[in-house]
Design a protein around this ligand. Structure first.
Ligand SMILES: [Zn+2]
Ligand SMILES: [Zn+2]
Length: 389
């Protein structure tokens, strides 16, 4: 394992480029604030640039280019490429290559570039500042991205673009507002450091703290607090299970501004072909995970056979209802689809509606009973644990 043997050499350029802004953000930025103060203009632009950088990473680098969760208009792609350069997280072709390997080999210390199994620090920051084998560029998994003219342009002019976005833009805004140093410190340095580390939290904290409802066999977690800092990327267990979904927070109340942005852009044709997992498949996945976990709890009690039968019966009933519900939904969808109207014109819409409503009521009752059963299993498993003393 890499960290237990001799550590690979430090990449001094990365350490300088990533470390110096941190030093300035913690020293000069507050000193200038207390001595001269920052105005409303700087704070407004701070919020705008934070959003610009983070959304370019979440909506652009991540959901568009790494996972192909939707398609975007070239204008939007150029905006993402500029925002990505402003975020200073490498050009998108390398970023997406690392990220695709992270998904493919998650938690494999030899192949996952930012495996959390090597610790918080490594997955958050450390992986970028030494020449680790798992981080070495291997761009064979991003052939498709070399066909994206915007990304090839961004890769070719990455250095001037980063200088333009990180120094040129803050200096210009500072010149307009009459406070060059204030703008440079707040919009250049503090914005850069915060936007970078909020993104890094997805590789570290979102793989350590939170729930695992969709895939309990790997470290990614759903954590709504991290979603607040990362423009919606905190629902990371769901994301690892359904990486092709343009949403990370699937419920309407999940804080996922990236999802809302992509959806809003589709109304003005800036995005299209948004891919989303059906609610039926999401629920099926959750129920399967709950079932497997309850099976494990069964084994902890003295006579598991009776409980196992009860669990199996309830599980099969719920699956049947869920599948039936999905079929009816599909029929309802087809009935409403103009293209398919001829094919299904004989289907009685009122009948579908009635069956659907009945099934919805039954499903609600079964979900309740399933939840109660899981709670019973969890209580039984807890009470059968050996007590101290
Ligand atoms: Zn991850
Ligand atoms: Zn991803």
């Amino acid at each position: 394992m890499q960290l237990t043997s001799k550590k690979p050499p430090i990449i001094w350029l990365n350490l300088l480029v990533l470390g110096l802004p941190i030093l300035i953000a913690f020293t000069v930025v507050p000193w200038y604030g207390f001595t001269y103060g920052y105005g409303l203009f700087e704070w407004l632009w701070f919020i705008i640039l934070m959003t610009f950088c983070e959304m370019s990473i979440t909506a652009g680098y991540h959901r568009l280019w790494s996972h192909k969760a939707y398609q975007a208009h070239p204008v939007l792609k150029v905006i993402f490429a500029l925002g990505g350069a402003c975020a200073l997280q490498n050009h998108c072709i390398v970023w997406a290559s690392d990220h695709r390997r992270h998904h493919l080999h998650v938690d494999d210390n030899e192949k996952d570039p930012y495996s959390v199994k090597l610790g918080f620090w490594y997955s958050h920051f450390g992986w970028m500042i030494r020449e680790y084998e798992s981080v070495k560029d291997d761009l064979t998994n991003v052939d498709d991205l070399f066909n994206e003219p915007v990304l090839v342009w961004q890769k070719t002019y990455y250095l001037p673009l980063t200088l333009l976005m990180n120094l040129g833009l803050p200096l210009l805004l500072g010149y307009i507002n009459g406070d060059i140093w204030g703008a440079l410190l707040l919009l250049g340095f503090l914005r850069l450091v915060l936007s970078q580390h909020f993104t890094y939290l997805i590789n570290s904290a979102a793989h350590m703290w939170g729930s695992r409802q969709y895939d309990p066999n790997q470290t990614a977690r759903d954590n709504s607090f991290i979603a607040l800092l990362t423009y919606g990327e905190g629902y990371h267990n769901y994301h690892h299970a359904f990486a092709w979904d343009y949403r990370n927070g699937i419920k309407w109340y999940h804080y996922d501004p990236t999802k809302w942005f992509i959806k809003a852009c589709s109304w003005v044709k800036l995005t299209s072909n948004l891919r989303a997992c059906s609610s039926w498949r999401q629920e099926l996945t959750r129920v399967e995970v709950q079932y497997q976990s309850a099976l494990v709890n069964c084994e902890k009690v003295i006579d598991p056979a009776f409980l196992r039968n009860r669990l199996e019966s309830e599980y099969q009933t719920l699956l049947q209802t869920l599948n039936h519900w999905a079929d009816l939904k599909q029929q309802w969808y087809e009935k409403n689809s103009k293209n398919l109207q001829d094919k299904i014109h004989e289907i009685d819409a009122a009948h579908i509606q009635q069956s659907y409503n009945e099934l919805k009521t039954r499903l609600r009752a079964q979900r309740k009973s399933w939840k109660a059963l899981l709670q019973d299993f969890s209580n039984l498993a807890d009470s059968s644990q050996p007590q101290a003393n």
